[in-house]
Design a protein around this ligand. Structure first.
Ligand code: FCB
Length: 442
């Protein structure tokens, strides 16, 4: 099967950037050469990760990085999005760890040699544990430590980086990590979720200052995830429930960046749940972006309920991926168009999109039909958004290869490349082969 797009689509132009994405903790391993991070601790806590696994080896990318870049290059992509492990590049005393910095410099140089643009994310959830021990993202000082890390690292990288993103999905770091407790560090308090979100946004703004200064020629921005909220019925109560959920899970992280304010429903928070905000914070947070990264996987349906703002509805009969996320590509187009209408967006890159499937390797082939169809539908959804006026410049498949899927461990496979975790052998899946054809046929 080939991915088909309408003739003349921007997605068929050579200038449109296609890439693959990964993150440090999910693929690297190499834990001897870095400090512990909150995900090491979380994995070591019984019951937190479904298969009891950890990131000690993962895809062994720490050792196999050169082969992996050859693999990326063989796919013909224009760009590779990956993240830096803060705990690998900085020592406890706040100085750079040169060995860790060199690991990434080698990667950046190899990418450049292969003519692949590097999209670097500074924070994809793996906070050094010693910083968590001081309160992590609940401590305002962590935002300043992040700025210092961004400052020193961007100086060390020089002009090697095509694009920097400060944070990946602050919603996940704050809500899943500090409020729902299903990600590291596993805390569960509404006030913690709100406070960590504010400090993450502040950290983003502070890092933008140093990135724009040290690396003015790279494209610097932020990666946010969105799970559009739909009402179960068109009753006023359900519509309001969906809107409150949208504020809480989505707009909370983008509105401060573009409008310098939280959504109006901030006022509904109990006083003890409201974050501490200092004068001038929003001026820092709303620093202009060179690009916005959008990650999209699915939507959520909500209904009104007694005593709560909203309740999630499981769409039992809807098509879903292997991780239980509904396949609903229209939400992708709707999301992009609505963001474009609500905010004055810079160029947009789809920095993650993809599907989990229960893949099987047979005779050196992985025929991942579900993923093939998911990509077909979602590439088309992006095309529709472009047609409706959204300035989308690129698209990254999540993920380059199967990897450690957080609380799901290694049970959920998102790669367009299959990883045999015993042999560390990589096999390009049929979805990956189709991606390669799409890219090379432009
Ligand atoms: C996103 C994460 C990424 C991956 C995908 C499936 O929320 O950014 O690391 O786990 O989901």
């Amino acid at each position: 099967m080939n991915y088909e797009l309408p003739k003349g689509s921007r997605l068929l132009k050579k200038q449109f950037t296609y890439g693959v994405a990964t993150s440090s903790f999910q693929i690297e391993g190499g834990i001897e050469q870095r400090l512990p991070c909150i995900w090491d601790t979380f994995c070591a806590t019984p019951g937190k990760v479904k298969d009891g696994s950890n990131g000690d080896l993962a895809c062994d990318h720490y050792n196999l990085w050169r082969d992996d870049i050859a693999l990326i290059s063989s796919l013909g992509v224009d760009a590779y999005r990956f993240s830096i492990a803060w705990a690998r590049v900085m020592n406890k005393d706040g100085n750079l760890n040169q060995q860790g910095v060199d690991f990434y410099i080698n990667i950046l140089d190899e990418l450049k040699a292969k003519n692949i643009k590097s999209f670097v994310t500074l924070y994809h959830w793996d906070l050094p544990q010693h910083i968590e021990d001081q309160g992590g993202w609940l401590n305002r000082n962590t935002a300043y430590l992040f700025q210092d890390y961004a400052d020193k690292l961007s100086k060390a990288f020089g002009d090697r980086v095509y694009s920097y993103a400060t944070l990946n999905e602050p919603f996940c770091s704050s809500y899943l990590g500090y409020e729902a407790g299903i990600h590291a560090p596993g805390l569960t308090k509404k006030a913690y979720g709100r406070q960590s979100a504010h400090h993450l946004l502040l950290a983003h703004g502070l890092a933008m200052q140093v990135l724009q200064k040290n690396s003015p020629n790279s494209m610097n921005g932020l990666v946010l995830n969105f799970t559009p909220a739909y009402p179960l019925t068109d009753s006023a109560a359900d519509i309001r429930a969906a809107q409150l959920a949208d504020d809480y899970f989505n707009q909370w992280y983008i509105k401060p960046v573009f409008d310098g304010a939280y959504p109006d429903s901030f006022a509904l928070l109990a006083d003890e749940d409201k974050p501490m905000i200092e004068a001038g914070d929003f001026d820092i947070i709303k620093a202009p972006l060179d690009f916005l990264g959008v990650n999209f996987y699915t939507r959520t349906v909500y209904k009104a309920t007694e005593g709560r703002d909203f309740i999630e509805v499981d769409m039992v009969d809807a098509p879903k991926t292997d991780i239980g996320w509904e396949i609903y590509p229209q939400a992708f187009t709707d999301l992009l168009v609505s963001l474009h209408q609500k905010y004055k967006l810079p160029p947009v890159y789809i920095t993650e999109n993809g599907a989990a499937a229960a893949d099987q390797l047979h005779n050196a082939e992985v025929d991942d039909q579900l993923r093939l169809s998911y990509y077909q539908l979602h590439l088309n959804a992006v095309h529709q958004a472009v047609e409706q006026g959204v300035d989308i410049q690129g698209y990254f498949a999540w993920s380059l290869m199967d990897n450690f899927e957080w609380a799901e461990g290694y049970l959920k496979r998102f790669g367009i490349v299959y990883v045999d975790y015993d042999s560390q052998q990589r096999t390009v899946k049929n979805s990956g082969l189709a991606y390669k054809r799409l890219i090379s046929n432009r």
